[in-house]
Design a protein around this ligand. Structure first.
Ligand code: ATP
Ligand code: MG
Length: 433
């Protein structure tokens, strides 16, 4: 028996019904903020991710599903590990920034070769949001406020803590990186293995090391906040001021870095204490350099030198839907939804009348979920009706047709009665539970 690949999950009907409900709530909040939906490919050129996310990140170094296609020469391709790179590519390719400041969202599977565990899978799903065109702090706080409203709608407001940090502009971060490396180089032998390696590849990631000994070492290390310029500081303070105005609590976490290289200034994460070490449900930040960087990648062949990147500011976030659902199941489970409200049972000899009745009912009562079983015996059909979860069963046999009636059975009480054929056309007679 061939089984699904490790870390790639089937989402079975009972669970998938919850996905639909969750997605509807999130899409509704996004619409209320005027964000537009975009659909993007799952496969992109490997180069896009290497350049956008950064060659020394965990994602690009060891988590990507990459392969060569059958073209000649073969094109190196990758199953998207995240959505921002592809969204930015699409925005550039289709000139969406011309004269407008698009605010976009997408949803779909992402792929990372990680060790599968609760809340961490190899195929997982994100809702991603990207807001282009504003360098001002209101754009940062709008995204955070939108996620806050999502938590409210989902009954999760008290489960989420907002963590904030500012990574500064690139030059500020580079100056800090040099200072951090200088500080840690003498103490290399006290670092954990991962952090030792990161000292030369991606030193800032050392800040979010889980090792207590490394964290102890960092207590006296230079602080990123001391390397931020006046403009960056003012931006960060204004983001916080807006959040305070909106009544959104936050913690400043000076060690919050993020595993993707494109961020500058504000970064944020929504974390919960209900999911063990897979605590981050939603994460994002500002990435003012990425559009310019990917644009210059476009023209690099003709222009030899890097083009000076025009400022094309943007902010975005991604929300992990599996983790969100785990959290919902843990603290505020959605009521199970039956796939059926009304079950129609028709005697095999008048089965076509049953089909017509059900078809008509689905047309006149779009709010109801109407099911039938195949044209087997009445007893077999009634058994299916029992199992279906329907609140009401409609029974149609020759007698009912002769009288222009239907028999209805209230499944909870077992009570059965004869009513007019169009009884269900009146919504007051029967509403969904
Ligand atoms: P983590 O620190 O948990 O590895 P990350 O920093 O790699 O997360 P991002 O790339 O920022 O995560 O992705 C945003 C969100 O997507 C995460 O906060 C999480 O909810 C979700 N996510 C990321 N990787 C996975 C995964 N392998 N399985 C399930 N959800 C994931
Ligand atoms: Mg990760």
């Amino acid at each position: 028996m061939i089984k699904a690949i490790k870390g790639f999950n089937d989402i079975l009907p009972e669970q998938a019904a919850k996905w639909l409900q969750l997605e509807a709530v999130l899409a509704n909040v996004l619409a209320r903020y005027g964000y537009e939906h975009i659909r993007l490919p799952i496969v992109e050129q490997t180069d896009l991710f290497a350049r956008a996310i950064g060659g020394a990140t965990d994602i690009v170094e060891k988590e990507m599903y990459s392969f060569a296609d059958k073209s000649e020469p073969p094109t190196p391709l990758t199953l998207r590990p995240e959505g921002t790179a592809g969204a930015v590519r699409a925005v550039i390719e289709h000139n969406l920034l011309r004269g407008d400041t698009p605010k976009l969202w997408y949803i779909g599977p992402m792929f990372r070769y990680e060790r599968p565990q609760k809340g961490r899978y190899r195929q997982f799903h994100q809702i991603g949001v990207e807001s282009f065109g504003s360098a001002l702090p209101d754009a940062d706080s709008e995204l955070i406020a939108m996620t806050h409203l999502m938590w409210q709608e989902l009954g999760l407001k008290d489960e989420m803590r907002l963590q904030l940090n500012s990574l500064g502009e690139i030059d500020e971060r580079y100056a800090y990186r040099d200072a951090l490396v200088a500080y840690l180089t003498d103490k290399q032998d006290q670092l954990d293995e991962d952090s030792k390696r990161r000292l030369s590849t991606n030193p800032l990631r050392i800040l979010d090391s889980k090792e207590a000994s490394t964290q102890a070492l960092l207590a006296d290390a230079p602080k990123l906040a001391d390397f931020l310029g006046a403009e960056t500081k003012a931006h960060f303070e204004q983001v916080q001021a807006y959040l305070t105005t909106l009544g959104i609590d936050y913690d400043i976490n000076p060690h919050l870095v993020r595993g993707l290289d494109y961020y500058n200034k504000t970064v944020f994460e929504w974390v919960t204490d209900k999911l063990g070490s897979q605590a981050t449900v939603c994460a994002g930040g500002r990435y003012d350099g990425l559009v310019g960087q990917l644009k210059s990648m476009d023209t690099r062949e003709s222009k030899d030198d890097k083009l000076p990147a025009k400022s094309e500011p943007a902010v975005g976030f991604a929300m992990g839907l599996e983790r969100l659902l785990l959290l919902i199941d843990a603290v505020n489970p959605m009521p199970p939804m039956s796939a059926c409200d009304v079950f129609v049972v028709a005697h095999p000899e008048v089965y076509s009348s049953g089909i017509s009745y059900a078809q008509n009912l689905r047309h006149t009562r779009p709010d109801l979920r109407v099911k039938m079983a195949s044209a087997t015996s009445m007893k077999a059909q009634m058994k299916k009706a029992d199992k279906s979860g329907a609140a009401l069963t409609v029974i149609i046999a020759q007698q009912e047709l002769d009288d222009n009636t239907i028999s209805i059975k209230h499944m909870q009480t077992g009570e059965q009665q004869s009513v007019a054929q169009d009884w269900l056309a009146t919504a007051e007679n029967f509403t969904r539970l």
